[in-house]
Design a protein around this ligand. Structure first.
Ligand SMILES: Cc1cc2nc3c(=O)[nH]c(=O)nc-3n(C[C@H](O)[C@H](O)[C@H](O)COP(=O)(O)O)c2cc1C
Length: 284
């Protein structure tokens, strides 16, 4: 499994995932992320029906197939909490579609790990604490996504550097950081801290391919991280909010200045990542 994961990471242009985002992630956004050579994530619940979910997978696969560079894989996101009344049907659909990666969030991955792994998916669980990490590993997941402080949407509270080091003390497998990824320098820092991959959410809200509303986009351009507040979402989970309740964004909002294409965002992240690696070479 670790060999397969390492091969997957090595095949990417950047060790990055376009984060799954409720309402925001569209097949266009995911397809463009994959075509740009990174992993494209989306919550299966963004599709309004199983028929539409199947269509989304097909649409993304078509975009991947037309990509000029080696396309990144798809990461389907399953919300495994009680609020997902369609979970069983979504799992059946994902098992049939067999994306390379599945990320579970908001609940225990235990009920879905076995069918997804049997279908060949690498199963990652979103966790916010050491206790959650232990539980997810006991359930047999292939890797962990550490949800850290300042993330957009449902946020964590742990410092991402401390979180990585705490988990690395008992786990040497695949580790993904989510929260706080503003640019390529942050991505390189995440790798140095012990993460194999990192997810970018807010940066991809402000793209032409996302489902962002005009008010939300305006807030993304106007606000900085100082405007991001913690609030309790309807399901009781702590989330990052913006003034006027126009939508969510993480601390990385300070890196958003305009609406860009997904391809341009990935190009920009890559440039920053290369520059940061050059800085490391000089420091060494
Ligand atoms: C509007 C919005 C919706 C989100 N929806 C989901 C979701 O459905 N499932 C999930 O696992 N994470 C969700 N997230 C969290 C992201 O996957 C990711 O962890 C987060 O955006 C990372 O922080 P950043 O926005 O600062 O990059 C959402 C985030 C945002 C901003």
């Amino acid at each position: 499994m670790t060999d397969r994961f390492n091969a997957l990471v090595a095949s990417l242009r950047l060790p990055a995932i376009a984060a799954p985002m409720t309402f925001i992630s569209t097949p266009d956004l995911v397809g463009e992320a994959c075509a740009a050579g990174i992993i494209g994530g989306f919550p299966t619940s963004n599709a309004s029906s199983i028929a539409e979910l199947n269509e989304w997978f097909e649409q993304i696969e078509m975009r991947r197939a037309a990509s000029e560079r080696p396309a990144g894989p798809i990461a389907a996101n399953l919300i495994v909490g009680k609020q997902n009344k369609r979970l069983d049907e979504d799992v059946d659909c994902v098992v049939a579609q067999r994306p390379e990666m599945v990320i579970t969030s908001v609940g225990s991955p235990a009920p879905v790990v076995q069918p997804l792994q049997s279908a060949g998916c690498l199963v990652f669980a979103d966790v916010v604490s050491e206790a959650h990490a232990h539980k997810a590993l006991s359930a047999g997941v292939d890797g962990l996504v550490l949800l850290s402080a300042g993330a957009g949407g449902h946020t964590g509270w742990a410092n991402p550097f401390a979180f990585a080091r705490a988990v690395r003390a008992f786990y040497s497998g695949p580790l993904v950081l989510t929260g706080g990824m503003s640019d390529g320098a942050a991505l390189w820092a995440a790798q140095c801290a012990g993460y194999d991959l990192a997810m970018f959410g807010t940066r991809f809200i402000a793209t032409h391919e996302s489902n962002v509303t005009t008010e939300w986009q305006a807030a993304l351009e106007r606000c900085t991280m100082d405007d991001v507040t913690l609030m309790t979402a309807p399901n009781g989970v702590v989330a990052s909010g913006l003034p006027g309740d126009v939508g969510s964004a993480g601390h990385t909002i300070s890196a958003v200045h305009s609406r860009q294409s997904v391809a341009d965002v990935v190009d920009e992240i890559e440039r920053g990542w290369q520059e940061a690696r050059e800085v490391s070479r000089r420091l060494l």
